[in-house]
Design a protein around this ligand. Sequence first.
Ligand SMILES: NC(=O)C1=CN([C@@H]2O[C@H](COP(=O)(O)OP(=O)(O)OC[C@H]3O[C@@H](n4cnc5c(N)ncnc54)[C@H](O)[C@@H]3O)[C@@H](O)[C@H]2O)C=CC1
Ligand SMILES: O=C([O-])CC(=O)C(=O)O
Length: 344
Amino acid sequence: MFSFARRQISGQFLKLGKNFSFSSANNAKVAVLGASGGIGQPFSLLLKLNPHITQLALYDIVHTPGVAADLSHCSTNAVVTGHMGPEQLKDALTGCDVVTIPAGVPRKPGMTRDDLFNTNASIVRDLANACAKYCPKAMICVIANPVNSTVPITCEVFKAHGVFDPRRIFGVTTLDIVRANTFIAQAKGLDVAHFNCPVVGGHSGITIIPLISQCNPPVSFPQEERAAITTRIQNAGTEVVEAKAGAGSATLSMAFAADKFVTSLLQALSGEDGVVECAFVASEETEAKYFSTPLLLGKNGVEKNLGLGKLSEFEIGLVKNAIPELQKNIKKGEEFLLKNPVQN
Ligand SMILES: NC(=O)C1=CN([C@@H]2O[C@H](COP(=O)(O)OP(=O)(O)OC[C@H]3O[C@@H](n4cnc5c(N)ncnc54)[C@H](O)[C@@H]3O)[C@@H](O)[C@H]2O)C=CC1
Ligand SMILES: O=C([O-])CC(=O)C(=O)O
């Protein structure tokens, strides 16, 4: 483990045009597992700008000394520590308030997210195992795909350790909301900074369900346009994978989205009221055991599941179509852990 001297800055902190002021609650340790990757690096940079964070622990199996040294020169408050290889994972995780997991392989053209299962399931299982041992109370934000299966894997690992708290484990689906907001605001000529479209369900293909009927401010589309924009949101990950032509999947927009989610989580943890984000969590809202819906966040993670709300006929059909696929993905994650249990 190597660490860098804390650099104090005073007063107010300007981030993405928004003012944050320091308070005693803004004292979080956040870890990024997979910090050297395509998402990990820009995401860590955004977290380094976050005034809620006083320690940023960067873990990967490669390159973290360089990434941490580089990032530590940015003149912001957070102390950056680099941790490389499993023997340094304990130090990275101990004392964490929030752990983010973008570790794992990304898609290439022609692959589905489920095609990543064979590689990423064991990566996530082993990292979740370390979290359950070294920071069982931390908020765990799973980014690695297939999210519909890696979240159930993480939850099963925590159950195996007897430390499962469904309020604290999240599949990060924020990129779907970011995309829905961008595409719809652009189509309607609205200011995306003041536009919100909830996206529910899961994080792959038909399980991604934008609730256009619940947009704020309200929008409406002719039937064909609504179907087309829904399909674009569902396939937006593939759009990026194809454009990158073998060089990976979304990294910069994912870093933006993950930072948005973690910022909301830290605001809620530090006592801010009314913080709502969608995420894929253990859920009783539908027949699927895990489902993304808007969540009211608080000091202990999910304070209240705000549920699906009133759906249009079109959206009811989308939810109905998504459930069998989600159930299959969830079962696959749970069965993986039965067949490949954690070694404590
Ligand atoms: N939830 C979402 O919306 C999104 C999820 N993703 C997923 O995020 C994951 C990461 O994507 P990228 O950063 O583009 O991939 P990448 O290949 O650029 O980076 C992955 C990083 O994980 C590290 N890694 C591999 N095994 C590890 C282990 N056992 N412990 C710690 N680190 C390990 C690698 O060394 C690498 O630095 C992929 O599974 C991708 O599908 C990508 C975009 C959006
Ligand atoms: O499409 C992928 O493989 C990466 C991802 O989850 C996304 O961009 O939404």
